[in-house]
Design a binder for this molecule. Structure first.
Ligand code: AMP
Ligand code: GLY
Length: 417
């Protein structure tokens, strides 16, 4: 089976690693891929948002299965485009991808199907937003409606901050189109959990849970990032919580997907807050998480190509996912300055000294000849498995120690909280 994998981050490297192990996988192409993925597959210089080029490439190479990593091509309608010409692709159609592409669409969907979530209001202009703000207590969460590369969510602790956020989004349009309107939300407290699911429109199969550490600094301090590390399974995601999520969130979500006529044969990612009143849904994503994938894929025993095939044939109900009992921990090595401005182009050394039981997924790297250089904010994802989260942590941090590059920045508390 020939596979095309779209994307170029650590999530896609972990996916390539897992797809390489499929009993049926033949040639794997990555578009555009990265140097780590290049060791497992053929990288082709087509960007993830060049949908027509990707479609033509898949037709030309007679690709049997396309897997999409990032959200942007999904919200642009890559799935519709591929399916129209008979190509098999994993992902939601453009309509369903709005569950991630528009926060107000997602919140209205949650409301319609009775899914527990933070109270919210939508606002289309500054006057309306300021009036609605009065009905919320502080802190309050203000979100640009569209995709803003994870930056469009502002947690405001004072009225001034909230007013500034409204102005930035609606008047200054710092998020461009994504800020054509906004959502104001009640602030929830609790522990965040990520649950990635395989969906075929009839069945939702949740994967092992994980927790992403989103802030740049130890003990959840500093700015929000794309994710500085993950561990799986998540300690707060007990069987009891999982049952509640199934009943209150997964089943109603599936009902909504069917009732709204969405073609959802792809991944659905629930961003949950486990509050004292039970699990609440913060957001849907329509793709795998990054760096959640880097801890969930190593724990999945089942052949991923089998899962995708059953999904595309709407046969997930026949499948029972098998998991390794071991825990997994992934520590992100970032460039100094991330998530704000940072420099790239520093040589990475020490990879050959990483212990054999540690996996290093590439996120933002660049290769020149045989030498490897930093090429992004998040650079490498150091991942290990162990009998317990603590053991996996120790192994992952042993790998972290031997990798060197100028400005190497990482959290020391991944998997601790
Ligand atoms: P989102 O993109 O909607 O998941 O928001 C990004 C991050 O902002 C989440 O992972 C949470 O850490 C935080 N967040 C979003 N909505 C809320 C909320 N209603 N209450 C508290 N934190 C939130
Ligand atoms: N790690 C969070 C995300 O992928 O959105």
């Amino acid at each position: 089976m020939k596979i095309l994998l779209i994307g170029s981050g650590g999530r896609e490297h972990a996916l390539a690693w897992k797809l390489r192990q499929c009993s049926t996988s033949g040639r794997i192409y990555c578009a555009p891929g990265n140097p780590g993925m290049g060791q497992l597959a053929d990288c082709v210089p087509i960007q993830a948002d060049e949908i027509i080029k990707l479609r033509d490439f898949a037709l030309d190479k007679q690709i049997d299965l396309t897997v999409v990593g990032p959200e942007v091509p999904l919200t642009m309608g890559i799935v519709d485009e591929f399916r129209q010409v008979g190509l098999q692709i994993v992902g939601p159609d453009r309509h369903a991808a709005k569950l991630e592409g528009s926060k107000s669409f997602a919140k209205d969907f949650m409301m319609k199907y009775g899914i527990p979530t933070a109270r919210y209001e939508k606002a289309y202009d500054q006057k309306e937003a300021l009036a609605l703000l009065q009905t919320f207590s502080l802190p309050v969460v203000i979100k640009a409606d569209g995709l803003a590369a994870g930056k469009g969510v502002l947690i405001c602790h004072t009225e001034e901050e909230a007013e500034k956020a409204v102005e930035e989004i609606l008047v200054d349009q710092v998020f461009g189109e994504a800020g054509s309107h906004l959502v104001i939300e009640e602030f929830l407290t609790g522990i965040e959990t990520s649950v990635l699911c395989f969906v075929d429109g009839e069945t939702i199969l949740p994967m092992a849970s994980s927790q992403d550490h989103k802030r740049i600094g130890d003990h959840d301090t500093g700015l929000n990032t794309g994710g500085m590390g993950t561990y799986s399974p998540n300690r707060v995601y007990t069987n009891q919580v999982a049952r509640r999520v199934k009943e209150k969130i997964l089943i109603p979500t599936l009902r909504g997907i069917r009732q709204e006529g969405m073609d959802y044969r792809g991944i659905l990612f629930l961003g949950l807050m486990i509050t004292k009143d039970g699990p609440k849904l913060l957001e849907y994503n329509v793709r795998l998480g990054d760096p959640e994938t880097q801890v969930v894929m190593p724990r999945l025993k089942t052949d991923l190509c089998v899962v995708f095939n059953q999904m595309l044939n709407r046969n997930l109900f026949k499948l029972h996912l098998e998991w390794h009992d071991e825990a997994a921990v992934c520590v992100v090595l970032a460039s100094d300055g991330y998530p704000e401005a940072y420099e790239t182009g520093y040589e990475i050394t020490g990879l050959s000294n990483v212990p054999d039981d540690v996996m290093v997924f590439h996120a933002g790297t660049r290769k020149e000849g045989d030498r490897l250089f930093t090429g992004g904010g998040r650079v490498l994802n150091v991942t290990a498995m162990g009998e317990t989260v603590d053991e996996a942590r120790e192994k992952a941090y042993a790998g972290v120690e031997v990798i060197k590059f100028k400005g190497k920045t990482f959290r020391r508390d991944i998997g601790l909280t």
